[in-house]
Design a protein around this ligand. Structure first.
Ligand SMILES: NC(=O)c1ccc[n+]([C@@H]2O[C@H](COP(=O)([O-])OP(=O)(O)OC[C@H]3O[C@@H](n4cnc5c(N)ncnc54)[C@H](O)[C@@H]3O)[C@@H](O)[C@H]2O)c1
Length: 314
Protein backbone atom coordinates (compact mmCIF):
# COMPACT_ATOMS: atom_id res chain seq x y z
CA UNK A 1 0.00 0.00 0.00
CA UNK A 2 1.25 3.49 -0.82
CA UNK A 3 2.20 5.58 2.22
CA UNK A 4 0.47 8.89 2.81
CA UNK A 5 2.60 11.69 1.51
CA UNK A 6 4.00 13.85 4.33
CA UNK A 7 5.73 16.22 1.94
CA UNK A 8 3.47 19.20 1.22
CA UNK A 9 5.97 21.76 -0.03
CA UNK A 10 8.97 21.31 -2.31
CA UNK A 11 11.72 23.70 -3.38
CA UNK A 12 13.14 23.09 -6.86
CA UNK A 13 16.60 24.63 -7.19
CA UNK A 14 17.40 25.33 -10.85
CA UNK A 15 14.71 25.79 -13.52
CA UNK A 16 16.39 24.36 -16.64
CA UNK A 17 15.37 21.21 -18.54
CA UNK A 18 15.14 19.04 -15.47
CA UNK A 19 14.05 21.63 -12.91
CA UNK A 20 10.98 22.85 -14.82
CA UNK A 21 9.90 19.25 -15.44
CA UNK A 22 10.27 18.30 -11.75
CA UNK A 23 8.16 21.39 -11.03
CA UNK A 24 5.40 19.96 -13.25
CA UNK A 25 5.58 16.60 -11.42
CA UNK A 26 5.08 18.27 -8.03
CA UNK A 27 2.50 20.88 -9.07
CA UNK A 28 0.24 18.40 -10.89
CA UNK A 29 0.20 16.37 -7.67
CA UNK A 30 -1.09 19.47 -5.81
CA UNK A 31 2.16 19.98 -3.93
CA UNK A 32 3.22 23.58 -3.36
CA UNK A 33 6.42 24.08 -5.31
CA UNK A 34 8.79 27.03 -5.29
CA UNK A 35 10.91 27.30 -8.41
CA UNK A 36 14.28 28.94 -7.75
CA UNK A 37 16.88 30.07 -10.28
CA UNK A 38 19.25 32.98 -10.50
CA UNK A 39 17.85 35.96 -12.42
CA UNK A 40 17.69 34.84 -16.05
CA UNK A 41 15.40 34.24 -19.02
CA UNK A 42 15.04 30.67 -17.71
CA UNK A 43 13.55 32.04 -14.50
CA UNK A 44 11.30 34.52 -16.35
CA UNK A 45 9.86 31.82 -18.61
CA UNK A 46 9.70 28.82 -16.27
CA UNK A 47 6.05 29.25 -15.32
CA UNK A 48 4.89 29.52 -18.94
CA UNK A 49 7.04 26.50 -19.81
CA UNK A 50 5.35 24.57 -17.00
CA UNK A 51 1.97 25.79 -18.24
CA UNK A 52 2.74 24.48 -21.75
CA UNK A 53 3.71 21.10 -20.30
CA UNK A 54 0.51 20.94 -18.24
CA UNK A 55 -1.60 21.84 -21.32
CA UNK A 56 0.18 19.07 -23.20
CA UNK A 57 -0.77 16.59 -20.42
CA UNK A 58 -4.36 17.83 -20.65
CA UNK A 59 -4.39 17.46 -24.48
CA UNK A 60 -3.18 13.89 -24.00
CA UNK A 61 -5.94 13.34 -21.39
CA UNK A 62 -3.44 12.52 -18.64
CA UNK A 63 -4.96 15.30 -16.53
CA UNK A 64 -8.30 17.11 -16.77
CA UNK A 65 -8.30 20.58 -18.44
CA UNK A 66 -9.26 22.25 -15.13
CA UNK A 67 -6.20 20.66 -13.46
CA UNK A 68 -3.90 22.99 -15.43
CA UNK A 69 -4.98 26.10 -13.48
CA UNK A 70 -5.16 24.13 -10.24
CA UNK A 71 -1.57 22.93 -10.70
CA UNK A 72 -0.30 26.41 -11.63
CA UNK A 73 -1.88 27.73 -8.45
CA UNK A 74 0.66 25.65 -6.51
CA UNK A 75 3.66 27.27 -8.26
CA UNK A 76 5.75 30.18 -6.96
CA UNK A 77 8.82 31.51 -8.76
CA UNK A 78 11.70 33.30 -7.05
CA UNK A 79 15.37 34.25 -7.34
CA UNK A 80 15.69 34.42 -3.54
CA UNK A 81 17.09 31.15 -2.17
CA UNK A 82 15.96 31.78 1.41
CA UNK A 83 12.44 32.50 0.18
CA UNK A 84 12.47 29.34 -1.97
CA UNK A 85 13.45 27.16 0.98
CA UNK A 86 11.01 28.61 3.53
CA UNK A 87 8.87 25.76 4.98
CA UNK A 88 10.11 23.31 2.32
CA UNK A 89 9.67 19.63 3.30
CA UNK A 90 11.89 18.44 0.45
CA UNK A 91 14.47 20.06 -1.84
CA UNK A 92 15.16 18.89 -5.40
CA UNK A 93 18.41 20.40 -6.68
CA UNK A 94 18.74 20.76 -10.48
CA UNK A 95 21.68 23.08 -11.19
CA UNK A 96 24.28 22.48 -13.87
CA UNK A 97 26.41 19.36 -13.51
CA UNK A 98 29.32 21.21 -11.92
CA UNK A 99 30.82 19.98 -8.67
CA UNK A 100 31.87 23.41 -7.34
CA UNK A 101 28.41 24.86 -8.02
CA UNK A 102 26.54 21.94 -6.46
CA UNK A 103 28.88 21.82 -3.49
CA UNK A 104 28.26 25.50 -2.82
CA UNK A 105 24.48 25.28 -3.18
CA UNK A 106 24.25 22.17 -0.96
CA UNK A 107 26.12 24.05 1.76
CA UNK A 108 23.71 27.00 1.45
CA UNK A 109 20.57 24.83 1.29
CA UNK A 110 21.60 22.77 4.30
CA UNK A 111 22.38 25.88 6.35
CA UNK A 112 18.96 27.34 5.50
CA UNK A 113 16.83 24.23 6.21
CA UNK A 114 16.27 22.04 9.31
CA UNK A 115 18.19 18.72 9.35
CA UNK A 116 15.10 16.52 8.79
CA UNK A 117 14.50 18.02 5.30
CA UNK A 118 15.89 15.70 2.59
CA UNK A 119 17.97 17.31 -0.15
CA UNK A 120 17.97 15.34 -3.41
CA UNK A 121 20.38 16.10 -6.23
CA UNK A 122 19.36 15.41 -9.83
CA UNK A 123 23.07 14.91 -10.60
CA UNK A 124 23.99 12.40 -13.30
CA UNK A 125 27.59 11.53 -12.55
CA UNK A 126 28.87 13.29 -9.44
CA UNK A 127 29.24 11.61 -6.05
CA UNK A 128 26.98 12.86 -3.28
CA UNK A 129 29.82 12.66 -0.77
CA UNK A 130 31.68 15.24 -2.89
CA UNK A 131 28.59 17.41 -3.39
CA UNK A 132 27.82 17.36 0.34
CA UNK A 133 31.46 17.69 1.42
CA UNK A 134 30.86 21.04 3.16
CA UNK A 135 27.47 20.19 4.69
CA UNK A 136 27.57 20.14 8.47
CA UNK A 137 23.85 20.51 9.20
CA UNK A 138 22.59 16.95 8.52
CA UNK A 139 24.85 15.53 5.77
CA UNK A 140 23.03 12.17 5.97
CA UNK A 141 19.93 13.77 4.38
CA UNK A 142 21.82 14.52 1.15
CA UNK A 143 20.93 11.97 -1.51
CA UNK A 144 20.98 11.40 -5.24
CA UNK A 145 17.47 11.64 -6.73
CA UNK A 146 18.33 11.17 -10.39
CA UNK A 147 15.42 11.50 -12.84
CA UNK A 148 14.98 10.37 -16.41
CA UNK A 149 14.52 13.32 -18.74
CA UNK A 150 11.79 14.62 -18.64
CA UNK A 151 10.50 13.40 -15.26
CA UNK A 152 6.94 14.66 -15.88
CA UNK A 153 6.66 12.16 -18.77
CA UNK A 154 9.07 9.36 -17.82
CA UNK A 155 8.64 8.29 -14.21
CA UNK A 156 11.73 6.09 -13.68
CA UNK A 157 14.25 7.55 -11.24
CA UNK A 158 17.17 6.42 -9.09
CA UNK A 159 17.68 7.07 -5.41
CA UNK A 160 21.23 6.62 -4.23
CA UNK A 161 23.99 7.99 -2.02
CA UNK A 162 26.12 5.61 0.01
CA UNK A 163 26.66 8.09 2.84
CA UNK A 164 22.99 9.02 3.16
CA UNK A 165 20.82 7.44 5.84
CA UNK A 166 18.61 4.57 4.71
CA UNK A 167 15.69 6.22 6.52
CA UNK A 168 15.99 9.34 4.33
CA UNK A 169 16.32 7.32 1.13
CA UNK A 170 13.24 5.26 2.09
CA UNK A 171 11.29 8.43 2.91
CA UNK A 172 12.07 10.03 -0.46
CA UNK A 173 11.35 6.72 -2.21
CA UNK A 174 7.88 6.55 -0.58
CA UNK A 175 7.23 10.21 -1.45
CA UNK A 176 8.18 9.72 -5.10
CA UNK A 177 6.01 6.60 -5.35
CA UNK A 178 3.08 8.45 -3.80
CA UNK A 179 3.21 11.03 -6.63
CA UNK A 180 3.46 8.49 -9.44
CA UNK A 181 7.23 8.37 -10.04
CA UNK A 182 8.82 4.91 -10.33
CA UNK A 183 11.92 4.95 -8.14
CA UNK A 184 14.53 2.30 -7.56
CA UNK A 185 17.39 2.33 -5.05
CA UNK A 186 20.94 1.42 -6.01
CA UNK A 187 24.51 1.74 -4.79
CA UNK A 188 26.34 4.86 -5.79
CA UNK A 189 28.17 3.85 -8.96
CA UNK A 190 28.97 6.08 -11.92
CA UNK A 191 25.86 6.38 -14.12
CA UNK A 192 23.71 4.53 -11.56
CA UNK A 193 21.55 1.95 -13.42
CA UNK A 194 19.76 3.54 -16.38
CA UNK A 195 22.74 5.44 -17.75
CA UNK A 196 25.06 2.44 -17.35
CA UNK A 197 22.71 0.42 -19.53
CA UNK A 198 22.23 3.32 -21.93
CA UNK A 199 25.97 4.00 -22.18
CA UNK A 200 26.69 0.35 -23.09
CA UNK A 201 24.16 0.65 -25.85
CA UNK A 202 25.57 3.98 -27.06
CA UNK A 203 29.04 2.39 -27.13
CA UNK A 204 27.78 -0.26 -29.55
CA UNK A 205 25.79 2.31 -31.58
CA UNK A 206 29.01 4.33 -32.05
CA UNK A 207 30.99 1.24 -33.02
CA UNK A 208 28.52 0.06 -35.65
CA UNK A 209 28.48 3.46 -37.36
CA UNK A 210 32.18 4.23 -36.95
CA UNK A 211 33.10 0.91 -38.57
CA UNK A 212 30.48 1.56 -41.30
CA UNK A 213 28.77 -1.74 -40.49
CA UNK A 214 25.46 0.09 -40.87
CA UNK A 215 24.08 3.62 -41.00
CA UNK A 216 22.92 5.81 -38.13
CA UNK A 217 19.38 5.30 -39.43
CA UNK A 218 19.79 1.51 -39.25
CA UNK A 219 20.90 1.73 -35.60
CA UNK A 220 17.87 3.88 -34.81
CA UNK A 221 15.59 1.35 -36.51
CA UNK A 222 17.08 -1.61 -34.63
CA UNK A 223 15.89 0.10 -31.47
CA UNK A 224 12.64 1.77 -32.53
CA UNK A 225 11.29 -0.97 -34.84
CA UNK A 226 12.91 -3.79 -32.85
CA UNK A 227 14.20 -3.86 -29.31
CA UNK A 228 12.34 -0.78 -28.09
CA UNK A 229 8.93 -2.33 -28.80
CA UNK A 230 9.75 -5.09 -26.32
CA UNK A 231 11.70 -2.99 -23.89
CA UNK A 232 8.79 -0.81 -22.80
CA UNK A 233 7.32 -4.02 -21.39
CA UNK A 234 10.11 -6.54 -20.77
CA UNK A 235 13.70 -5.71 -19.82
CA UNK A 236 16.73 -7.86 -20.74
CA UNK A 237 15.89 -10.51 -18.13
CA UNK A 238 12.25 -10.55 -19.25
CA UNK A 239 13.45 -10.99 -22.84
CA UNK A 240 15.52 -14.02 -21.79
CA UNK A 241 12.54 -15.47 -19.90
CA UNK A 242 10.51 -15.31 -23.12
CA UNK A 243 13.30 -16.33 -25.52
CA UNK A 244 13.40 -19.72 -23.78
CA UNK A 245 11.16 -21.90 -21.66
CA UNK A 246 12.15 -19.74 -18.67
CA UNK A 247 14.82 -17.26 -17.53
CA UNK A 248 16.96 -19.96 -15.95
CA UNK A 249 17.04 -21.94 -19.18
CA UNK A 250 17.74 -18.75 -21.17
CA UNK A 251 20.71 -17.81 -18.98
CA UNK A 252 22.20 -21.29 -19.42
CA UNK A 253 21.35 -21.62 -23.12
CA UNK A 254 22.73 -18.23 -24.21
CA UNK A 255 25.69 -18.09 -21.83
CA UNK A 256 28.36 -19.09 -24.36
CA UNK A 257 26.82 -16.92 -27.08
CA UNK A 258 26.78 -13.85 -24.80
CA UNK A 259 30.23 -14.44 -23.30
CA UNK A 260 31.79 -15.01 -26.71
CA UNK A 261 30.50 -11.60 -27.81
CA UNK A 262 31.62 -9.84 -24.63
CA UNK A 263 35.09 -11.37 -24.60
CA UNK A 264 35.95 -11.65 -28.31
CA UNK A 265 33.65 -9.60 -30.50
CA UNK A 266 32.81 -6.47 -28.56
CA UNK A 267 35.19 -3.63 -29.38
CA UNK A 268 35.54 -0.39 -27.46
CA UNK A 269 35.18 3.00 -29.12
CA UNK A 270 37.62 5.28 -27.32
CA UNK A 271 37.37 8.30 -29.59
CA UNK A 272 35.66 9.71 -32.67
CA UNK A 273 36.45 12.62 -34.96
CA UNK A 274 34.72 15.44 -36.84
CA UNK A 275 34.16 13.38 -39.98
CA UNK A 276 32.36 10.70 -37.92
CA UNK A 277 30.09 13.34 -36.40
CA UNK A 278 29.30 14.81 -39.86
CA UNK A 279 28.46 11.37 -41.26
CA UNK A 280 26.35 10.38 -38.26
CA UNK A 281 24.36 13.64 -38.50
CA UNK A 282 23.87 13.25 -42.27
CA UNK A 283 22.67 9.65 -41.94
CA UNK A 284 20.37 10.56 -39.08
CA UNK A 285 18.46 13.20 -41.07
CA UNK A 286 15.89 10.80 -42.68
CA UNK A 287 14.94 9.53 -39.22
CA UNK A 288 13.29 12.90 -38.45
CA UNK A 289 11.07 12.73 -41.59
CA UNK A 290 11.47 16.46 -42.22
CA UNK A 291 10.45 17.45 -38.69
CA UNK A 292 12.21 20.31 -36.95
CA UNK A 293 13.92 19.57 -33.63
CA UNK A 294 10.89 21.00 -31.77
CA UNK A 295 8.41 18.94 -33.84
CA UNK A 296 10.48 15.80 -33.32
CA UNK A 297 10.54 16.47 -29.55
CA UNK A 298 6.77 17.00 -29.40
CA UNK A 299 6.14 13.81 -31.40
CA UNK A 300 8.52 11.86 -29.10
CA UNK A 301 6.77 13.23 -26.01
CA UNK A 302 3.35 12.27 -27.44
CA UNK A 303 4.47 8.73 -28.21
CA UNK A 304 6.11 8.36 -24.78
CA UNK A 305 3.05 9.52 -22.86
CA UNK A 306 0.72 7.35 -24.97
CA UNK A 307 2.92 4.29 -24.35
CA UNK A 308 2.96 5.11 -20.65
CA UNK A 309 -0.85 5.37 -20.59
CA UNK A 310 -1.06 2.02 -22.38
CA UNK A 311 1.26 0.46 -19.79
CA UNK A 312 -0.74 1.91 -16.93
CA UNK A 313 -3.95 0.34 -18.33
CA UNK A 314 -2.07 -3.02 -18.15
N1 LIG B 1 19.20 16.99 -19.16
C1 LIG B 1 19.12 15.69 -18.88
O1 LIG B 1 18.85 14.85 -19.75
C2 LIG B 1 19.33 15.22 -17.46
C3 LIG B 1 18.80 13.97 -17.06
C4 LIG B 1 18.95 13.57 -15.73
C5 LIG B 1 19.65 14.38 -14.83
N2 LIG B 1 20.17 15.57 -15.26
C6 LIG B 1 20.90 16.40 -14.28
O2 LIG B 1 20.03 17.47 -13.86
C7 LIG B 1 20.82 18.60 -13.51
C8 LIG B 1 20.31 19.82 -14.28
O3 LIG B 1 20.49 19.57 -15.68
P1 LIG B 1 19.68 20.38 -16.78
O4 LIG B 1 19.80 19.61 -18.04
O5 LIG B 1 18.33 20.75 -16.26
O6 LIG B 1 20.58 21.70 -16.88
P2 LIG B 1 20.16 23.15 -17.44
O7 LIG B 1 21.41 23.76 -17.93
O8 LIG B 1 19.00 23.04 -18.36
O9 LIG B 1 19.66 23.91 -16.14
C9 LIG B 1 20.52 24.32 -15.10
C10 LIG B 1 19.94 25.55 -14.47
O10 LIG B 1 20.79 25.97 -13.39
C11 LIG B 1 20.78 27.39 -13.37
N3 LIG B 1 21.96 27.86 -12.63
C12 LIG B 1 23.26 27.64 -12.94
N4 LIG B 1 24.04 28.21 -12.00
C13 LIG B 1 23.21 28.77 -11.08
C14 LIG B 1 23.43 29.46 -9.86
N5 LIG B 1 24.66 29.71 -9.42
N6 LIG B 1 22.36 29.86 -9.16
C15 LIG B 1 21.11 29.61 -9.59
N7 LIG B 1 20.83 28.96 -10.73
C16 LIG B 1 21.88 28.54 -11.48
C17 LIG B 1 20.83 27.79 -14.84
O11 LIG B 1 20.38 29.14 -15.01
C18 LIG B 1 19.86 26.77 -15.44
O12 LIG B 1 18.51 27.27 -15.44
C19 LIG B 1 22.28 18.23 -13.81
O13 LIG B 1 22.91 17.78 -12.64
C20 LIG B 1 22.13 17.09 -14.81
O14 LIG B 1 23.23 16.21 -14.81
C21 LIG B 1 20.02 16.02 -16.55
Amino acid sequence: MKQENQIKKVAVIGCGFIGYSWGVVFARNRIDVTMYNRKSKTLDTVKSRMEDALHFLAEEKVIAPEDVEEALGHVTVTDDLQEALRDADYVQECLWEDLGLKRDIFKQISDLTPPHVPIGSSCSGLRIQDIAADVTNGPERCIVAHPTNPPHLIPFMEISGDLASQEVKDRVFAFMESIGQKPIQCKEVYGYVLNRIQLSLIQEALYLVQEQICSTEAVERALTDGLGLRWAFTGPYGVEELNSACLEEGLVKYKDYMLEFFTQEQKKVTDYDESFIRRAVEEFRPVMHGKTHEEYLKWRDQMVIRTRMLKEKK
